[in-house]
Design a protein around this ligand. Sequence first.
Ligand SMILES: C[S@@+](CC[C@H](N)C(=O)[O-])C[C@H]1O[C@@H](n2cnc3c(N)ncnc32)[C@H](O)[C@@H]1O
Length: 142
Amino acid sequence: MSALSPRLAAIVDALPLTPGMRVLEIGGGSGAAARAVAGRIGDGHICMIDRSSKSITQAEKNAATEIDAGIMSLRQVAVEDFELDPDEQPFDLAFAVRVGALDGRHPKAGQIALQRIADALTPQGRLFVDGGNALRELSLPR
Ligand SMILES: C[S@@+](CC[C@H](N)C(=O)[O-])C[C@H]1O[C@@H](n2cnc3c(N)ncnc32)[C@H](O)[C@@H]1O
């Protein structure tokens, strides 16, 4: 089972989550933060993506309850390649914690990732990454 570390708990606490929201987590690893988000969005939905098959397999095990309930879904994909399925609604909020493409470590991948995220969010959608006071908001290309 994936325990929520104090670091991830502080990040989830800082996210402006509301019931019914559609949330995208990028690079969610074992699914600990995504599960905590799932517990806070009522009948909303969280989709966690990760490029690693190992992470997705782990998250599948850890979040079986949330996945079975339809509150959470998983997708193995790099954020640079992510796009909404044809019948999929856009997300209201996206977040990423310790993901190189979004924390400035890989600027070129970062630019592509920001565009992919912007395209998957509603026009008012917001993106948060770790840093600053638990979280900082990144501005998106529109
Ligand atoms: C350092 S771990 C952090 C996991 C979790 N967010 C946390 O803070 O505990 C980074 C995770 O992001 C995933 N990742 C890294 N780059 C990615 C990318 N470009 N697209 C999707 N996932 C990515 C990795 O596979 C890994 O699971």
